[in-house]
Design a protein around this ligand. Structure first.
Ligand SMILES: Nc1ncnc2c1ncn2[C@@H]1O[C@H](COP(=O)(O)OP(=O)(O)OP(=O)(O)O)[C@@H](O)[C@H]1O
Length: 577
C-alpha cells in the first residue's frame, strides 16, 4: 500500500510560500491502476515527482508498505520505475540494445541466461519483441513510449510512475498504451500511476485522481466521476472545476472521501473474488515487501557504459568522420609551416672579422636567423598546442550536457555517478592519446622536433588532456549542451592571446591569468625541451618569461585534477529539468 498523508510540496516565490502540492492524502493499494488528471499546470507532474522522491515533500508523510519514506529513505531504485515525458533511449542504439543496457545498469544477474530471459520477458510484455532489432531513431511515438516502459520494467518495479506517456499519440496508439499500462498493473500486484491529459479510456483505470491547483478534487471510481462533478460528459469536468475555488473543491472532497473510498474497497474485493487480483500479494491485509533487486557493482556499470559509448560513437558516422578529419587535417596544417622552423641558425664565427663593419654585419645576420627560426618554432609549438586544445574542447564539451536528461534518469534509477564519470574519462582518454600522439609523431616525421621529443609529446598530451577535462567539467556543470559548447569554445579562443606566446601581456594581467592558461604551460614546457641553440633562438624573440619544465608539468596535472573534481561535482549534483 502507498499512502500519502497530507503531503505538500512548497516553493518560495517572491518571498511567498506556494503549495504546488497542497495537503494531498491518498491510499493506493497494490495492483492498482490510477490516472492523475487535471487542467494544465494543476500540479500532476509535481505530485508524481514528489511521490518518486524527486521533489522532497515540504510537509506530510509518504508511507510505502508501512515504511515512512521521509524518515527511512526513498524507494530503492529497483522498487520504483519512473517513466518521464522525454525519451530515455539513445537514437543510434536498437530496441534490444537499449533494453539490455538498462538491464545491465539496473539489475544484478547471475548468468547471461538470466539476463537474456529478463530482456526477452520485458520485450514480450511490452510488445517490442518483433521490432527488437530496430534502431530507436526510426520508432514511432507509441513504440518509443513502449520502449520507455520496457526500460523501467527490467527491474520489475513494484510501483510504476508514468508521466504523460500517451501525450502526442494518435488515438489507436494511445488506446494501446493505456491497455498496456492496465495489463502491467495486473501483474505481481504492481501499482501503476499515470499522469495524463486525456480523458479517454478512463474506464480502464481502477481510480481517477482529479487535481485542481495542487489539491485533490476527486479520487474515486471512474464510473462515478461525472456523477460527482454533476456533468454529463467527462470533457465537461475541467470547465466545471474552474467554477469553484480549489479550497472549496478540496473541502467538498474531504466530506465525500470515505464513501468513495468504500466503493474502491468494494470493487477491489470483487476483483479478488473474480480472481483478477492475486490475494497472495495481500496476506492478512498487509503488504509484505519482496526482496529488492540488488544493483550491479561499479565495474559492471562502468563496463556497460563504456561499451555503450563506443557503440554510439561508431554508429554516429558524422562524429566518426569529424574525429578522423580533425585527426588527419590538424597535423597536416602544422606541417605546412614546418619548413620555416627547420632552417639553420648560423653561429657567431670564432674568427675575428677584418673590420667592425663585417663584425656588425655578421651579428645582424645571426640575429636575423635567430629571429626567423625562433619565431617559427615558437609559433609552430603554439599552433600545435592550440589545435590540441581545440580537439580537447571538441572531445568533451557536449559529452555530459548533451545527454543530461538521460543521465539524470539513469542516476535516479541507480547508476553510480563515479561509474558514469569514469566511463567518460576512459572513453575520452582513448581519444586524447590517439590525437596527441598522432599529432606529435606526424609533425615530427615531416619536420623533426629540435629537442626532446618525448617531453614535447608529453606536453601535447597534457594540453589535450587538460582541455578535455576542463570542458568535461563545463559540460557537467552547464544546463544545456549549447551553453557548454559556447563556453568551451570561448575558453579555447582565449588561450592564444592570454598565453603570451604571441604578444607579452602586461605584467599585472599576466600574474593573474597565467595560472589558468593551460596553453601557456604546454607551450612553455615544450620550448624548454628544445635544444639549447634553438631554445636560445626562441628566447631571443619572445618577451614572455618561460617556466621550468617541472612547474609546467605540475600545473597541467593540477588543471586536470581540479577539472575532474569539478566534473565529479557536476555529475553528482541533481539536475532534473
Ligand atoms: N520546482 C518548481 N519551481 C517552481 N515552479 C514549479 C516547479 N515545479 C513546477 N512548477 C510550477 O508548478 C505548476 C505545476 O506544474 P506541473 O508540471 O506539475 O503541472 P502539470 O499539471 O503536470 O501540467 P501539464 O499538464 O501542463 O504538464 C506549473 O505552473 C509549474 O510551472
Amino acid at each position: 500500500m502507498l499512502e500519502l498523508q497530507d503531503v505538500c510540496f512548497t516553493i518560495k516565490k517572491s518571498g511567498e510560500s506556494i503549495n504546488l502540492v497542497d495537503h494531498v492524502s491518498l491510499d493506493i493499494p497494490k495492483g492498482h491502476f490510477m490516472a492523475i488528471v487535471g487542467p494544465s499546470g494543476c500540479g500532476k507532474t509535481t505530485l508524481l515527482k514528489t511521490i518518486a522522491g524527486l521533489n522532497p515533500e515540504s510537509a506530510g508523510a509518504l508511507l510505502w508498505e508501512g515504511r515512512n519514506l521521509s524518515q527511512e529513505g526513498d524507494f530503492s531504485p529497483s522498487e520504483m520505475g519512473y517513466v518521464p515525458q522525454f525519451s530515455i533511449a539513445y537514437d543510434p542504439l536498437t530496441v534490444d540494445e537499449s533494453v539490455e543496457a538498462a538491464t545491465r545498469l539496473r539489475v544484478k544477474y547471475d548468468s547471461t541466461e538470466e539476463l537474456d530471459d529478463r530482456i526477452d520477458k520485458v520485450l514480450e510484455e511490452t510488445g517490442l519483441a518483433a521490432i527488437s532489432d530496430r534502431p530507436v531513431k526510426v520508432l514511432s511515438g507509441g513504440q518509443k513510449r513502449r520502449l520507455g516502459l520496457a526500460m523501467e520494467l527490467v527491474s520489475n518495479p513494484k510501483i510504476l510512475l508514468c508521466d504523460e506517456v500517451t501525450s502526442g499519440l494518435d488515438p489507436r496508439s494511445e488506446r494501446e498504451i493505456v491497455h498496456l499500462l492496465h495489463d502491467i498493473s495486473r501483474k505481481e500486484g504492481r501499482i501503476v500511476m499515470s499522469v495524463t491529459h486525456s480523458l479517454a479510456h478512463l474506464e480502464l483505470y481502477d481510480s481517477i485522481l482529479v487535481l485542481h491547483e495542487g489539491r485533490v478534487a476527486y479520487h474515486g471510481p471512474p464510473e462515478k466521476l461525472t456523477h460527482y462533478f454533476s456533468v454529463k460528459d467527462s470533457e465537461e469536468i475541467y470547465p466545471r472545476l474552474a467554477n469553484q475555488a480549489p479550497e472549496r473543491w478540496q473541502a467538498s472532497w474531504l466530506k465525500h472521501k470515505d464513501s468513495y473510498y468504500a466503493m474502491l474497497v468494494e470493487e477491489r474485493r470483487s476483483r479478488i473474488e473474480r480472481g483478477e487480483l492475486s490475494v497472495k500479494s495481500y496476506p492478512a491485509g498487509t503488504d509484505v515487501p519482496d526482496r529488492a533487486t540488488d544493483l550491479p557493482g561499479f565495474f559492471s556499470q562502468f563496463a556497460t557504459l563504456l561499451s555503450r559509448r563506443w557503440r554510439i560513437f561508431f554508429r554516429d558516422r558524422g562524429q566518426v568522420f569529424l574525429q578522423l578529419a580533425i585527426l588527419l587535417c590538424f597535423p597536416v596544417l602544422v606541417t605546412l609551416f614546418s619548413d620555416k622552423a627547420s632552417g639553420n641558425i648560423r653561429r657567431y664565427s670564432d674568427r675575428m672579422q677584418d673590420s667592425v663593419y663585417e663584425e656588425i654585419q655578421e651579428q645582424q645576420s645571426v640575429r636575423a636567423d635567430q629571429a626567423k627560426v625562433g619565431s617559427a618554432i615558437s609559433g609552430i609549438i603554439m599552433f600545435q598546442v592550440v589545435l590540441l586544445a581545440l580537439m580537447g574542447s571538441n572531445n568533451s564539451a557536449r559529452e555530459i550536457a548533451g545527454e543530461r536528461p538521460i543521465y539524470e534518469k539513469e542516476k535516479f534509477a541507480g547508476l553510480r555517478p563515479l561509474a558514469y564519470l569514469s566511463s567518460k574519462v576512459a572513453f575520452l582518454a582513448c581519444l586524447v592519446i590517439a590525437q596527441s600522439l598522432w599529432m606529435a609523431l606526424f609533425v615530427n616525421f615531416f619536420g623533426t622536433f629540435r629537442g626532446e621529443f618525448v617531453e614535447h609529446a608529453s606536453f601535447l598530451l597534457l594540453i589535450n588532456a587538460s582541455m578535455t577535462a576542463i570542458c568535461l567539467a563545463i559540460s557537467s556543470l552547464m544546463r544545456t549542451a549549447e551553453q557548454a559548447s559556447l563556453l568551451s569554445i570561448y575558453l579555447v579562443g582565449f588561450q592564444l592571446p592570454l598565453s603570451g606566446a604571441v604578444l607579452a601581456l602586461p605584467e599585472h594581467i599576466e600574474a593573474f591569468t597565467r595560472p589558468f592558461i593551460s596553453a601557456y604551460w604546454a607551450w612553455s614546457g615544450s620550448v624548454e625541451a628544445l635544444q639549447s641553440q634553438v631554445h636560445g633562438a626562441v628566447k631571443s624573440v619572445i618577451d614572455t618569461s618561460l617556466s621550468a619544465q617541472e612547474s609546467c608539468l605540475f600545473t597541467l596535472y593540477v588543471h586536470i585534477v581540479v577539472a575532474l573534481v569539478l566534473a565529479w561535482v557536476g555529475t553528482s549534483r541533481p539536475q532534473w529539468e
